[in-house]
Structure formats: structure tokens, C-alpha cells
Design a protein around this ligand. Structure first.
Ligand code: ZN
Ligand code: ZN
Length: 420
């Protein structure tokens, strides 16, 4: 006898083209959640043209009235550091900031595809890099403050350029390395699912539960302990936990980072004490920093070492006073999808989702109640700086307690997993 209603076959795995189209669609519909009549600005590396065209197509199909793309060539950055005169490092034309300022005013959504060679700036002059980074940070400061306050919605995705893929899979030929990195990106971004938008709705709903639990507790500090770290991170007054989806001031709810598995808030810049050791290398400014160790007193880094890239680390810390204080503490389960890949991506968008982390530098105003009003975040103890650099500290043996002002404690994480 045969059944009239045979059990459905499990769906065939998607091919590359389908996954790439899913990914483009996720960036448009979940990342920036582009609305009919919306406007989109896309920043993308030259190598990502195939993905960029799919994004543009998805944007038009979503009913966008304006879509523009800036293609970037990372090699031009290296050419500048190696060959341009000092005066060029200090030059920042006004039209660049004008364009962003104008587009924010016009309500554009901003989508950025990251894809750079982690070794792009290896061996380049650190002094010149620091000088240029500071000029660019100062130039872009007003616009980036408005973006970080989510005046409009924005999102970041990625594209495996060959030099980056070669760093992640050094033993594979270039085309296989790129294919493997795509597979990893599709998996952690849920683009390999038959209905990726529904998968993201379920995921952001779970992050929302974690956020609302932590926001209901009003902890004074977090105490994070594992075999290599013992760190108390005081939290800013009126701090807010954020993660997953964010509703921008224009009312559009998007997901600023694809993937994202973190919930994060603003530390108090003067209430961080103890010592902490990185659980993964940090890829920053085209260099790799390994085995970071830091000791904090009253919020300030008083000792910082690294077994590799210590000059880059010290140059970061020397940016300004705020670079020596924390602007973010983020909790991520030790077995998150990114962690499960077992890969080091050499890209913060992915690596920060592999482990709980802290960031040196600027705090997000959205991590403080009414933090977008002038002076409020500062008064609450949120940090200010020209840099914001996340580095990973979480491990499978990490315990985190929430500590109330009167010293009472509650368990937040045990063995790197939520425990409330
Ligand atoms: Zn983070
Ligand atoms: Zn961060």
C-alpha cells in the first residue's frame, strides 16, 4: 500500500547561487530592512561586484527610490601609506563628510560589505597609520556619531576577497579558500536555510528575551571570571542592553550586524578593575595582536602587553585618554554559531560573535537611557574616544555574575552559557 500523502522529502541543499541570493536578500530585508520608497547607500569592495549587484537588485525589488554604490579598492589604502607625502595623510576633503551628512539627512539606509586582507597593512609604518586613522576618525566623527545613535538604519555584511580567504584557509588553493569562507559566512548568517528571514526572526526573538532579562535586573556591575581573567566591569548608570534587532530613530527595525550573537551594554568608564587576557587573537588595522593582557584600575588600563603586535596595541591605547577605558561589554555564549565553525575569521564582524568581549574606546549612545540627548551618556559614565576596538575574552570556562549596588550577586553565565 502506498500513502496518498507521502512524507515530504527533506529539502535539497541550496546551491551557491541560491545561498548568495539569500545572503543579498538578508542584508536588504533583515540587515537594513529597506522599506518601499527607501534609499540605500552601499559600500562594497571591488571584488564583491557580483554580491553588490544582487543587493542592488533586491533593493529595487523592495521598492527603493534611490540606490547608490561606492566600490572601494583596499590596495589604494596601502599605496597611500607607503607612498603618499605626510601632508596627504592629514588631508580630509569636506565633500566626503558632506555626502554622508546629506544622505543621513535624506534618510538613506547604509549598508557596508566588509572584505579586506587582514595583512593589508602588515609592515606598513605604524606612525603613519595611526596619524591617518586619527584624521579619518576626526573627519568622520560627526557622521559616525549620528549613525551610532541610529538616526537612520544601517548594517554590515561581508564578502570573502581572496587575500582574506587565504588568511583563514592558508593551506587551500585560492578558489577553494574563497568557497570555504563563503560556506562559513552563509552558515553563520543563516543564508543556507530555506527560509533565512524566518530563521532570523526566531534568532532575534531569542536575543530579545536575553536583553529584556538583563535590562530588568539593573546590575551595578558584571563580574567575569575564568582561568585567565578576573574582571569587574561596572556598568554605566541607566545602561541599556542591546542586541539583535535595533529600531532606528526613523522607526525602521533592522539588524546592524549580520551575523550577530551578542548582547552588549556600556561599561562605566571609571569602574573597571582587575585583569583580563584575550581568548583569541585580534585582527586590527591590518595587523594581528596575540595574547593581549590588560590590567585595569578605576576604569583605566594601567598595564597592557601582547606576545605579538604590542606596538599596534600601544599605538591604539595612545590614541586619546578614552582609548584606555572601556566602551562596551558584550556577552556571547561560548558555543555560538561562529564559535562552532572553529575558525578565526580575522574580521571583527565574525570574531566578536565567537566569544564574550570588551571594547576599548567609544561607547554607543544607544547603550544608555536617553543617551542620544547631549551630555547624557557622558554623565552616566559612558566612555568617549576616537577608537572602538572589540577583543575577545570569553571561554568555555567563563562564569559571569551580575552584581547589585549592595553587593548581592546573581548568576548570568556558567561555563560560558546563559544560566538565569
Ligand atoms: Zn560587540
Ligand atoms: Zn563593539
Amino acid at each position: 500500500m502506498t500513502s496518498l500523502n507521502p512524507a515530504p522529502l527533506s529539502p535539497a541543499p541550496l546551491n551557491f547561487e541560491q545561498k548568495l541570493a539569500n545572503y543579498a536578500s538578508l542584508l536588504v530585508h533583515v540587515g537594513v530592512n529597506l522599506q518601499p520608497g527607501g534609499k540605500l547607500h552601499l559600500d562594497a569592495p571591488l571584488e564583491s561586484a557580483e554580491l553588490a549587484r544582487l543587493i542592488v537588485r533586491a533593493a529595487w525589488e523592495a521598492g527603493a527610490v534611490a540606490v547608490d554604490v561606492t566600490y572601494t579598492d583596499q590596495h589604494l589604502t596601502r599605496l597611500m601609506y607607503d607612498h603618499a607625502p605626510e601632508s596627504a595623510l592629514d588631508y580630509a576633503p569636506a565633500w566626503e563628510t558632506e555626502r554622508v551628512r546629506h544622505q543621513i539627512g535624506e534618510g538613506y539606509a547604509f549598508l557596508s560589505v566588509s572584505g579586506t586582507d587582514p595583512d593589508l597593512l602588515a609592515g606598513a609604518d605604524q606612525g603613519r597609520i595611526a596619524r591617518r586613522s586619527k584624521v579619518k576618525a576626526q573627519q568622520g566623527r560627526a557622521a559616525s556619531e549620528r549613525l551610532m545613535a541610529f538616526e537612520t538604519n544601517w548594517s554590515v555584511g561581508a564578502m570573502p576577497v581572496p587575500s582574506w580567504a587565504a588568511r583563514v584557509f592558508p593551506s587551500l588553493p585560492s578558489d577553494q579558500a574563497v568557497a570555504r569562507l563563503w560556506d562559513a559566512i552563509f552558515a553563520v548568517s543563516r543564508a543556507d536555510r530555506p527560509d533565512p528571514v524566518a530563521a532570523w526572526q526566531a534568532h532575534t526573538a531569542r536575543l530579545a528575551e536575553v536583553k529584556s532579562h538583563l535590562n530588568s535586573r539593573r546590575y551595578h556591575a558584571l563580574h567575569l571570571k575564568n582561568a585567565r581573567s578576573d574582571l569587574t566591569v561596572g556598568l554605566a548608570d541607566g545602561h541599556l542592553w542591546v542586541g539583535g534587532a535595533v529600531t532606528a530613530q526613523n522607526g525602521v527595525t533592522g539588524v546592524p550586524n549580520l551575523p550577530t550573537d551578542e548582547v552588549f551594554t556600556a561599561p562605566h568608564r571609571e569602574r573597571v578593575d582587575g585583569h583580563v587576557r584575550a581568548s583569541k587573537p585580534l585582527s586590527v588595522r591590518g595587523s594581528l595582536i596575540e595574547d593581549i593582557f590588560m590590567r585595569f584600575e578605576s576604569g583605566r588600563v594601567v598595564q597592557a602587553t601582547a606576545s605579538k603586535g604590542q606596538d599596534v596595541l600601544l599605538s591604539l591605547l595612545g590614541t586619546d585618554e578614552g582609548a584606555r577605558h572601556l566602551g562596551e561589554v558584550a556577552l556571547v555564549e561560548y558555543d555560538s554559531p561562529v564559535a562552532q565553525t572553529g575558525l578565526l575569521f580575522y574580521n571583527t564582524l565574525f570574531d566578536e560573535n565567537a566569544a564574550s568581549h570588551i571594547a576599548l574606546g567609544l561607547a554607543y549612545t544607544l547603550n544608555v537611557q536617553d543617551g542620544m540627548q547631549p551630555g547624557v551618556a557622558q554623565a552616566a559614565g559612558a566612555n568617549d574616544s576616537l577608537i572602538h576596538v572589540d577583543w575577545m575574552i570569553g571561554t568555555p570556562d567563563t562564569d559571569v555574575d551580575g552584581v547589585y549596588e549592595d553587593g548581592r550577586r546573581e548568576s548570568v553565565m556558567r561555563g560560558g552559557k546563559w544560566s538565569f
